[in-house]
Each structure stands twice: as C-alpha cells, then as structure tokens.
Design a protein around this ligand. Structure first.
Ligand SMILES: [Ca+2]
Ligand SMILES: [Ca+2]
Ligand SMILES: [Ca+2]
Length: 215
C-alpha cells in the first residue's frame, strides 16, 4: 500500500459480517495465500486463467480497471507497503511485499475487470486497504463485490461490513478471495471500498467445458 504509513490501533477488525445477495453461487470471502486456495482450482473441466501481476503481460480479452480522472490505477512493484498474494514472491511467510499487486492509486474506489468473452467463473483477491475518508479508521473498510452477466445485468453481490487488519505493511492473513460462478456467463466483476487506497491481486477467470457442471 502506497499512501498511509501508520498502523491502525484497532487490529483484526475484518469480516465483521458477510451478506450474499444472489441466487448465483458467490464463493467467498475465503482466505487466500496462493493460487491453490482458489475454489476454482480443483473444479474438473475448467480452463483456468490468472493474472498474478508478477509479469509485464496482461491477460488477453480482459479490460483492466480505469479511473475517470488523469490518475489511473496501477501495478505496484516490490515495496514494504506492497501487498501481493503471499506465495507470489516465492515464500509463504505471511508477507506479500516482495510481489506485485494492482493498486487503486488514490484514483478510484471501484476496480472493475471486464471480459470480452463472458466466462463461467471469475474472481479476485482483496489484499489490503489503507487510508479512508477523514474521520474514518485507516486500514479497514466495508466491501462490496459484484458480478455482471452478459449485457451488464447484475448477477448478485457479496458485502462485508468490515475488511482489513488495520495495517499497511503487506501482511497476508487478511487476504480474501471473492468470486462468482454463472454458467450463463460473467461479463465483469468489480469490487468497491470506502477508500481509494486499496490493493487486489490474482484476477481469475475460467471457462467450463461443460457449463451445466459448473453449477
Ligand atoms: Ca510472501
Ligand atoms: Ca501478485
Ligand atoms: Ca493484506
């Protein structure tokens, strides 16, 4: 995380409550330390795709998040405040600071990933939140994860009253996967926080060779 440096006094406030608003399966939020923690990883018959942000190459067919102003979301490199998925730096040590993540960069409180060809499974990992609006605690935030079908129809959502460990040092115990499974197609996923200072990682998508089996 780039912006804040202070550690919040209130630790371990994440996930005070979870609400899923969908008839469609929305796996998560679930702990996530490596790609093996994805609920999609063990599903038979899936063509899996993942962007860990560890290389300069982005996934074809994915439109990455943008912001309305001149400042844009960006990829963070290795830094004491970077919060990648833990195993991306080659060491499952509870820290993601030596990996790379995708950062809202003070530009937007919404990160949206869109798929040119609708997928059957999609998800991402929320890894950190830092500064909040004046008067709000640093390092914790409510979260809304939403998914959209072909044509942009809302498929459903997961909401958390509070996510975050109150720290901005790249620790990974708080990291959570949010996903959606929809045989009829997912055209976009997005995550919204009460902050423009947060990181995500492991944008995941998958296609089922047998759509009916993905339900
Ligand atoms: Ca690590
Ligand atoms: Ca990463
Ligand atoms: Ca974290």
């Amino acid at each position: 995380m780039m912006l804040p440096r202070a550690r919040c006094v209130a630790l371990c406030l994440f996930m005070a409550s979870v609400a899923v608003h969908a008839a469609t399966p929305f796996p998560g939020p679930s702990p996530y330390r490596s790609a093996a923690d994805s609920p999609f990883q063990s599903v038979a018959g899936l063509l899996l795709s993942i962007d860990t942000f560890e290389t300069g190459s982005r996934l074809p067919g994915v439109t990455y998040p943008t912001a309305p102003g001149p400042t844009q979301p960006t990829i963070l490199g290795s830094d004491t405040r970077t919060d990648s998925v833990d195993a991306d730096d080659g060491l499952s040590d509870g820290l993601g600071r030596n990996g790379r993540s995708f950062f809202s960069n003070g530009a937007t409180n919404i990160l949206r990933f869109s798929f040119a060809v609708p997928v059957t499974h999609a998800g991402l990992v929320l890894t950190d939140v830092g500064q909040r609006p004046p008067g709000q605690p640093t390092g914790v935030s409510p979260v809304l994860f939403e998914a959209f079908g072909p044509g942009g129809a809302l498929l459903g959502s997961i909401s958390l009253a509070s996510f975050g460990d109150g720290a901005v040092d790249g620790a990974t115990a708080e990291d959570r996967f949010f996903g959606v499974i929809h045989a009829g197609g997912v055209s976009a996923i997005q995550i919204s926080l009460d902050s423009t200072d947060f990181e995500v990682d492991h944008c995941r998508s998958a296609w089922s060779r047998s759509p009916a089996s993905s339900r």
